[in-house]
Design a protein around this ligand. Sequence first.
Ligand code: FES
Ligand code: FES
Length: 156
Amino acid sequence: MTMRLFINGEERSAAVHPLTPLVDVIRDELLLTGTKSVCREGFCGACTVHIDGVPTMSCLLPVIAAEGKAVTTIEGVGGPGNMNAVQHALEEHDVVQCGMCFPGMVMSMTAYMERRPAAPRADIKAAMSGNICRCTGYERIIDALLSIAAKEDTTA
Ligand code: FES
Ligand code: FES
């Protein structure tokens, strides 16, 4: 069956079973391999994308549930040359280790920091709880995210 998706601002289609996990369509059919497929059980957050702006684990979502909605992957939120605030902060703080968790982390935290750019440390920590970093660099990631508000303060 042909599934039609609106992904990163473009219409794309894929001939797949409607119950195929969205992450598999994104990676294997549309070749947007920035989104990672790790636990495939809704546990690690590596597969996080935005569906109509809401962070969503794409390993748990059948592709048919994404039809007619705006899907954004890591390729759609910024990259080299046009990084968003979260990506900038993570790069400036040099926090990436193996990088496997980072696409999902960036998707979750981009949505969160847009809503709460001045969130305190404890709240950021709680917001990150759905994204597991096996390299355990959490404290530096939080420091990086806190710097977004600090930077806005000094430029206000
Ligand atoms: S791969 Fe989807 S939550 Fe881990
Ligand atoms: S940087 Fe390696 S899993 Fe997070």
